[in-house]
Write a new protein. Structure first.
Length: 94
């Protein structure tokens, strides 16, 4: 893998982490009244119960995917720096 590819992988991981972080926050801070109004407006008033039942499982899933995105970013950045500075003499080199 080239350093440019690793930077792109890190960028995609950051975007995924941002998306799942926003989703997780939205699921945790859900307003039942606003959700019910929105569902009625879109013609799906019966979906409120199903959404509220699955809310905590969806929040857990989005948090786990956010964790995966963060791990991808950390690994990609670490590999980038290892490839970029592999020729430098360093006391921390393994």
């Amino acid at each position: 893998m080239t350093p440019a590819v690793l930077l792109w992988v890190a960028a995609v991981g950051l975007l995924a982490s941002l998306l799942f972080s926003t989703l997780s926050y939205a699921l945790r801070m859900l307003s039942r009244v606003r959700l019910d109004e929105s569902l009625v407006r879109h013609g799906r008033p019966g979906a409120l119960g199903a959404i509220l039942e699955a809310r905590y499982n969806l929040a857990l899933s989005s948090a786990a995917l956010r964790l995966v995105g963060n791990c991808v970013v950390i690994i990609a950045v670490a590999m980038y720096f290892r490839m970029r500075f592999a020729d430098d003499a360093s006391p921390l080199k393994v």
